[in-house]
Write a new protein. Structure first.
Length: 293
């Protein structure tokens, strides 16, 4: 097995420059960057938000596949006003983290996250994961129960088998992201992917073409695995998701995890964090408030 890495030094330098530009554009306010060693590589995290005793439970943000901490830029201010927030560049994804050891499956991904939370001294964090990041958070809860105090899972992967519709959506979204900027609003509507309108993130995506991602696919969780979830959880699903049939997934979750809350966001697709950022932020804060209560 191999690790995720850049094809050459030129590709890496191009991405690093784009990453720094995106940091400046999307997060002009100060936050604290930390490089945390784990057995799977050095993980970059960004700390922001409340540090006083009245601040709520820490919120840990995990990005989707191909993304990094910056995908949460629309949500950070509202979350940081009430809680300590840690935004993560997942090891193996294009960002500031550097992978050193292969991640073979969900158990390895869960172990990486457990090492990270331990190093950050977060014994009871609220994990928030989008798509692939949600799959990692779910695997962490399965393999390390008791560490996370709560989960908010935004269009999480691993709840149903992928089909041609998702791969078509993914390819069309990638093509739309590469199109000239004036064409992107129309293309975003056509393919149902509002993320292509994120100018800085799309520039970062184009700069990451020299990055070879070698993380395991998000295997569909079994009924037995989902039935082992014990932490309070909110599943946010896009009504028009290309990742899965939202209503079928909701039915499965109600059957296997009756204590979990499941919300289908009207009109939203798999790009839920940009389709309806207010709904995502509200869901995270509501889950946190229920824990505080």
């Amino acid at each position: 097995m191999r690790i995720s890495e850049f094809t050459n030094g030129k590709a890496e330098a191009r991405f690093r420059a784009a990453y720094e530009r995106a940091l400046t554009e999307l997060r002009p306010e100060p936050w604290t960057a930390l490089d945390v060693p784990t057995g799977y590589g050095t993980t970059r995290v960004y700390r922001t938000g409340r540090t006083d005793p009245a601040g709520g439970r820490p919120i840990v943000l995990l990005p989707g596949s191909g993304g990094n901490a910056l995908m949460w830029h629309r949500h950070l201010d509202a979350l940081a006003a009430r809680h300590p927030v840690i935004a993560v560049d997942t090891v193996g994804e294009p960002g500031a983290s550097v992978q050193s050891t292969p991640i073979a499956d969900g158990r390895d991904a869960a172990d990486w996250l457990e090492e990270l939370l331990t190093a950050l001294d977060l014994p009871a964090a609220h994990l928030v994961g989008c798509s692939y990041g949600g799959w990692i958070a779910l695997n962490h809860q399965i393999h390390h129960p008791g560490r996370a105090a709560a989960l908010t899972l935004v269009e999480t992967a691993g709840l149903a088998d992928l089909d041609r519709r998702f791969y078509t959506w993914l390819i069309l979204g990638g093509l739309a992201a590469m199109a000239p900027r004036p064409l992107r609003p129309r293309l975003a509507r056509m393919v149902g992917n509002s993320a292509v309108l994120e100018t800085e993130l799309m520039a970062l995506l184009r700069a990451s073409t020299g990055f070879r991602r070698r993380l395991p696919p998000a295997a569909t969780l079994t009924d037995e695995e989902l039935g082992r979830l014990t932490a309070p959880a909110l599943f946010l699903l896009g009504e028009r998701s290309a990742l899965h049939d939202a209503r079928a997934v909701a039915d499965r979750l109600h059957r296997l995890v009756p204590a979990a809350r499941v919300e289908i966001v009207p009109g939203a697709g798999h790009s839920l964090p940009t389709d309806d950022p207010a709904a995502v932020t509200a869901g995270i804060l509501d889950t946190a408030a229920r824990q505080a209560g």
